[in-house]
Design a protein. Sequence first.
Length: 240
Amino acid sequence: MKNKTKDRLIKIVSSFVFFSFIIPIVFLIIKLITFNYDSEISRSYSDYVLMLVQCVLGVIVMILPSIITKKLRLEIPSTMYLIYWVFLYCAIFLGEIRNFYYHVPHFDTILHTFSGAMLGALGFSFISLLNKEPRINLILSPAFVALFAFCFGVTFGALWEIYEFSVDGIMGVNMQKFASSDGTDLIGRMALEDTMKDIIVDTVGAFASSLFGYAALKYKKGWLDNLLIKRDTVQAEKNN
């Protein structure tokens, strides 16, 4: 009964988040086609482009885990799925579409800290999968696993900033928030603050996740069980 309730909750949350991206995509395409530079004062053309890019990306990254798990025969815990979808909803729908990044203090900082912790947990999953791979004989200490998870989280945080920088340059949008909400370009250190703050809080989140994982491994606690991606043994047996 408990599993059925959890499965129902997952379907409700995933459907809600999915349509939170699909409906704005339709609206944004119409808005961009009919955009009037003279009458529009609340948002610029590049703002709508950025929202559209983020919503399309949101749909892709929502579908991606199910494709990867089927292809590689993996099982993602329901807790991890829920955290992932809630994060996407907050980052894309609330952050970009509802403009929380500008109107809610420290909203971006909270999300980046959280993403660093999520990526750190993903690093533990990666090591766990390798450790259980029969073709690779690995016996790793908790300290090394925690260090790898930390580096994994920080690396992907830095790659995200590269992605933001590239999209800003190619599409003329403002993902890195180098300009204020009214379009005024920031100068000097202020222009760097958003990027550097994101990298710093990504690092803090990854460190916290790594410390938590280290304690779980060191003292043989089951704290990571609901967060680790595992081999789908049932599917593997069916295929064999």
